[in-house]
Ligand binder design. Structure first.
Ligand SMILES: CC(C)(COP(=O)(O)OP(=O)(O)OC[C@H]1O[C@@H](n2cnc3c(N)ncnc32)[C@H](O)[C@@H]1OP(=O)(O)O)[C@@H](O)C(=O)NCCC(=O)NCCS
Length: 227
């Protein structure tokens, strides 16, 4: 791996391309280790699991209700969308990506509101929208390509809860809703991804009961990305 990387990277660096990313199967610890020994770190996790099964029931904590969005939710949905990059900009993720404004996000959401490729759910707490999630086909995601594209899978593409409402079970119920949506839509598997440094909260929302980077899911492969 070292020789292969040296050969490829010499040309990339000579061309001024100095940020390198490798997506590596987490099921091959020796290979993962080889990339760590080349100086790569663990930035991102790709995960796949089975959807909900027919007997799975979603038990929302008292006061929480999941439903499809309405147009009059757009302002709150925009705040929820911005809450994700805001969170990623903080420690310990420190994402350098720009945080869009609520107005920009609202325009984008309005344009996409009727797009049939995306299925959005919002969660209300005592009648107030506090979080949202989006499911779609994995092929819609620009991040999952080539060997990291399990064709035909569903994709949990987004989940966020407003900061003041986190930790009350809304994220879990959103995750379970997407797993049930995937089951009902006939997807054989559900994919998601998250920043490694954001693993604790999101791995649990995605349905994993274990640290997702080191243990396999109940079935299927798990991919890990180093950067
Ligand atoms: C991730 C997020 C959606 C979770 O929503 P939430 O309403 O806070 O989550 P819940 O209260 O349902 O908690 C879900 C599980 O994670 C655990 N959890 C939540 N936040 C946690 C934290 N900071 N550390 C450890 N565990 C945490 C809860 O204990 C719960 O586990 P359990 O069901 O086994 O008891 C929310 O924290 C969020 O919006 N984060 C910022 C945006 C984000 O990171 N989105 C995912 C991007 S990849």
């Amino acid at each position: 791996m070292r020789d292969l990387y040296a050969e490829a990277a010499a040309r990339w660096v000579a061309a001024g391309r100095t940020s390198h990313y490798a997506i590596v199967p987490a099921t091959d610890p020796a290979l993962v280790d080889a990339w760590f020994r080349l100086g790569f770190g663990h930035q991102h996790v790709h995960a796949i699991r089975e959807p909900a099964v027919s007997s799975d029931e979603i038990e929302a904590p008292p006061g929480l209700l999941v439903r499809p969005p309405r147009r009059d939710d757009l302002e709150t949905l925009a705040r929820i969308d911005v809450a994700l990059p805001e969170h990623q900009a903080l420690a310990p993720v420190f994402s350098p990506l720009p945080v869009p404004s609520v107005a920009e996000m609202r325009d984008e959401l309005e344009a996409d509101f009727d797009d049939p490729r995306f299925t959005t759910f919002v969660v209300e707490r005592d009648g107030e929208v506090i979080g949202a999630t989006v499911g779609c086909a994995i092929e819609v995601s620009s991040m999952h390509k080539s060997l990291a594209l399990p064709r035909g899978a569903g994709f949990l593409g987004f989940a966020a809860v407003l900061p003041e409402h986190r930790g009350s079970g809304a994220g879990r119920v959103l995750g379970e809703t997407v797993l049930a949506w995937a089951r009902d839509a006939g997807y054989p598997a559900v994919v998601t991804d998250w920043r490694m440094t954001n693993v604790l909260a999101f791995a649990r929302v995605a349905g994993a009961r274990v640290p997702a980077d080191v243990l396999p899911p109940p079935s299927g492969n798990r991919l890990t990305a180093g950067a």
